[in-house]
Design a protein around this ligand. Structure first.
Ligand SMILES: *[C@@H]1O[C@H](CO)[C@@H](O)[C@H](O)[C@H]1NC(C)=O
Ligand SMILES: *[C@@H]1O[C@H](CO)[C@@H](O)[C@H](O)[C@H]1NC(C)=O
Ligand SMILES: *[C@@H]1O[C@H](CO)[C@@H](O)[C@H](O)[C@H]1NC(C)=O
Ligand SMILES: *[C@@H]1O[C@H](CO)[C@@H](O)[C@H](O)[C@H]1NC(C)=O
Ligand SMILES: *[C@@H]1O[C@H](CO)[C@@H](O)[C@H](O)[C@H]1NC(C)=O
Ligand SMILES: *[C@@H]1O[C@H](CO)[C@@H](O)[C@H](O)[C@H]1NC(C)=O
Ligand SMILES: *[C@@H]1O[C@H](CO)[C@@H](O)[C@H](O)[C@H]1NC(C)=O
Ligand SMILES: *[C@@H]1O[C@H](CO)[C@@H](O)[C@H](O)[C@H]1NC(C)=O
Length: 752
């Protein structure tokens, strides 16, 4: 089999016919590289160090020299000079990664979503000789298309800035940059002759844009205000500028074929198919209109959008689009699938001849009935080898590369997905992420070109992301027990042995999920609509978690001034209460079945009147666990009260009902102060009361009737109009102590 292979030189394109399995095929990716000059990157990384370290930044002498890279692979060298640490790297990202490596392993420092620990030793510890860190991975990818809706939707520039700093420190050079695209889509559709009504019928509200972009949903939570477009564009310009100045290659969106319904009015002859509904939606907000990629209109719209995009945003020649994300294609005929992917690719190259198509490989995981070997190969081979990069999106649990001969020759990135819906809860698959990337590299004829992190939501479990980022710069797996001990030490700037012991227990329990049926999609009864048939199992030994809790609590009195410690103490206490909720639920259920009213009242009473209020109180004392912050951020993007109300509605609906009628109920659940009392506890209260009434009157529990009643409670939360504090309240230590003294013995009692 042969394949047309195009070698992209700066000015001209030479195409040759090549055997399919050819070493040089990845040369097609050679043009994907940092565009900023070494000087610009040096300046950007200098500013980054100043933002993080203030005056101490002066002790770092940093420089970027892109010629240091070998085979386009990033490298960084760190050495000591008089009164300073000298850091030289092949890109801004490489230098930032090197500095973070030095900060971690020489200075015992730490940077994370939940706080920084930057207690720098004075003077800076010297490096003997030259510390050289390098990576075998061209690309270190970051984000999932859903992250934009679950986590970053309400961010302003200052929050983005911190995130990009974090990316650089963690070695990311291929981030998704999807912000602001609707402004351009609106221009495209208006220029084609659609009017504002047509567009308002199409875009969802901000919190649901990820699914609008993928053709799953329209209109829900919308429309988008003109002020939204303006603000998003403003942020996007800053995001792109910062990313590029640090040597990153932002991935921009491209056309997938998903169009507003009104296109059929303007172009009645275009081959537009109305899809069947997505997930648990009906055609009121779902059943997208998809334009056949082979229709000439596809190329017209696709290139209109892309040329606008390139003109406004510039380009790094890499574009993401997913045509069949959670959607079944019209035909499984391989010829059709190849033609479709070829057409999509052509619509990219007609604007940018050097375009590389980055595609999420989620579709292959989502529907294995449809996507057999033949279909996968056909879709992948519609695009010249080396001109597409597939994200093996959930590789830590369901890798696709190993059952597709390494994506039939197309380059791929091994991604950890880790989190669904931005759910709270301690979770990790540390063994799998510690081994998977190395196995992928060694796989016969591997086409691995990078590692990635593709969580649906972030700002949870920072330890997992620090480990995963670091693995891209390692030659072999780490010793997990040792690694996590060092993590604990630097996270709190403390070598209290109880903390390292606590983290080792966490690494062998909550963070060591090896059972494929569990994923970080929290199914704890705490965050699910109550019923008599809730899942109660967990993947770890609960005793380990409780002991880790005890150990962490035992170190609390002296560490409460450390932000990262407060966060972890809250998080582990929360996890313990989550487990206990399951115990009390089982007691409620059993006493109902055994018709023991006093026991039911006791267990239900503890849960509703003590455990939930205590949990809410605990979470409310820590800034990272506040419903009020999420809502305030949403409102702060509004120009007026009407917009503010709509944003707040988006923010509340997404984390609870997820749709008008609880369509994907609790998918994006959060354990936040405010939400426990006013949402979860309310429905548990109704559940317990309903069971009591059933026992009292000798009636069976009817789930359907309960669901109707509890829906009113859930909806009640979305529209309750209450203001929630966006500043922490109460003393975390006092609350955590009260909870520990009360519930730790209860937890142990229920272990056997
Ligand atoms: C960059 O590195 C190359 C290769 O090591 C070296 O020849 C060149 O002098 C360096 N440039 C600067 C400005 O240091
Ligand atoms: C847009 O066009 C539709 C169909 O012709 C029409 O019903 C609607 O009123 C128009 N909206 C605007 C704002 O012109
Ligand atoms: C579709 O769902 C909406 C709620 O989103 C509901 O009001 C409507 O009746 C449903 N339509 C059909 C045809 O089931
Ligand atoms: C229209 O598009 C659908 C879906 O891509 C395809 O199955 C069908 O064959 C197309 N029809 C024509 C006439 O091309
Ligand atoms: C998977 O594809 C098959 C057709 O091969 C279809 O019948 C089924 O509904 C799809 N499943 C999902 C979950 O989309
Ligand atoms: C790897 O590629 C070589 C060269 O094309 C081929 O001979 C060999 O069979 C391949 N190995 C595997 C395990 O696919
Ligand atoms: C660790 O915890 C134990 C109690 O389990 C306590 O006796 C000991 O002092 C603690 N160690 C430190 C360093 O705090
Ligand atoms: C995780 O569990 C597996 C088997 O269940 C075990 O072999 C491994 O040592 C554990 N890893 C850690 C870090 O405890």
């Amino acid at each position: 089999m042969t394949h047309k292979w195009c070698c992209l030189l700066p000015a001209l394109i030479i195409c040759v016919v090549f055997p399919l399995t050819c070493e040089s095929e990845f040369q097609t990716l050679a043009h994907l590289r940092a565009q900023s000059s070494s000087r610009t990157q040096t300046k950007a990384v200098r500013e980054l160090v100043r933002r993080l370290l203030g005056d101490r930044a002066a002790e770092f002498v940093v420089s970027v020299n892109s010629s240091l890279a070998t085979d386009s692979l990033d490298v960084c060298e760190i050495s000591s000079a008089q009164n300073s640490v000298v850091v030289k790297g092949s890109s801004g990202v490489a230098v930032a990664t090197g500095i973070y490596n030095y900060l971690k392993y020489f200075c015992n420092c730490h940077v994370s979503w939940s706080g920084n620990q930057l207690n720098l030793p004075r003077p800076l510890p010297p490096v003997t000789g030259v510390l050289r860190i390098s990576t075998p991975h061209r690309f270190r990818y970051y984000q999932n298309v859903c992250t934009q809706s679950y986590s970053t939707v309400w961010w302003d520039w200052s929050r983005w800035e911190r995130e990009i700093d974090w990316m650089a420190f963690n070695g990311i050079n291929l981030p998704l940059a999807f912000t602001g695209q609707e402004a351009l889509w609106q221009e495209v559709y208006l220029s084609l002759g659609l009017n504002q009504t047509d567009i308002d019928e199409f875009f969802t509200g901000p919190a649901f844009l990820a699914w609008n972009r993928m053709g799953n949903l329209f209109k829900w939570g919308g429309p988008l205000f003109q002020s939204w477009h303006v603000k998003q564009l403003y942020v996007q310009y800053k995001i792109l500028d910062r990313m590029r100045s640090l040597g990153m290659m932002p991935v921009l969106p491209a056309f997938s074929g998903n169009v507003p319904a009104a296109i059929t009015r303007l172009f009645p002859k275009a081959n537009v198919t109305k899809l069947s509904p997505w997930s648990h939606f009906n055609c009121t907000y779902s059943c997208a209109y998809i334009l056949d990629p082979r229709d000439p209109l596809f190329n017209r719209i696709g290139s209109l959008f892309l040329s606008k995009l390139v003109a406004r945003f510039g380009t790094d020649h890499i574009y993401n689009t997913d045509t069949f994300n959670e959607m079944t294609p019209a035909s499984s005929d391989p010829t059709y699938l190849s033609a479709v992917s070829r057409a999509i690719f052509v619509s990219m190259t007609s604007v940018d001849p050097s375009a590389i198509w980055l595609m999420q490989g989620w579709l292959f995981v989502h529907n294995t009935t449809f996507w057999k070997q033949e279909q996968i190969q056909a879709l992948l081979h519609g695009v010249p080898i080396g001109r597409m990069i597939v994200l093996d999106l959930f590789a830590e649990s369901m890798p696709v590369f190993s059952s597709t001969k390494s994506f039939y020759g197309q380059p791929f990135i091994w991604c950890m997905l880790h989190n669904f819906g931005g759910n709270s809860g301690l979770f990790g698959t540390v063994e799998s992420i510690n081994l998977g990337p190395f196995e992928a590299l060694r796989y016969p004829n591997s086409t691995l070109v990078g590692l990635g992190m593709a969580p649906e939501g972030i700002e949870q479990n920072p330890v997992v992301y620090e480990l995963m980022s670091e693995l891209a710069w390692r030659k072999e797996p780490v010793n997990l027990a040792k690694w996590v001990s060092l993590y604990a030490t630097r996270r709190y700037a403390s070598n209290n042995e109880n903390l390292t012991a606590s983290w080792q227990l966490l690494f062998r329990s909550v963070y060591n999920c090896t059972l494929p049926q569990y994923k970080n999609h929290n199914h704890s009864p705490l965050v699910r609509r109550p019923s008599l048939r809730m899942a109660t199992d967990v993947w770890y030994n609960r005793r380990d978690l409780y002991e880790a809790w005890r150990l962490m609590y035992s170190a609390a009195h002296s560490l409460m001034s450390v932000e990262t410690f407060r966060y972890d103490l809250v998080d582990i206490t929360r996890q313990a209460l989550e487990l206990l909720t399951t115990d009390f639920y089982l007691e409620i259920k059993d006493s109902f079945h055994l018709q023991k009213l006093p026991e039911l009242l006791t267990a239900g009473g503890v849960l509703v009147y003590d455990l939930f209020p205590e949990l809410d109180c605990l979470l409310s004392s820590e800034p990272h666990f506040l419903l009020g912050v999420w809502l305030e951020r949403a409102r702060s993007l509004a120009q007026n009260e009407q917009e503010a109300q709509q944003y707040e509605f988006n923010a509340r609906n997404q984390i609870t009902l997820w749709g008008p009628v609880g369509n994907i109920l609790d998918y994006a659940s959060k354990q936040w102060g405010g939400l426990i009392t006013d949402y979860y506890a309310q429905r548990w209260n109704l559940f317990v009361n309903t069971l009591v009434e059933c026992l009292d009157r000798g009636l069976p529990f009817k789930q359907d009737a309960f669901n109707q009643a509890v829906f009113k409670v859930e909806k009640g939360f979305v529209f309750n109009q209450r203001k929630y504090p966006s500043k922490p309240q109460g003393d975390t230590y006092d609350i955590a102590t009260r909870i520990f003294l009360k519930y730790y013995p209860e937890a142990l009692k229920r272990l056997n």
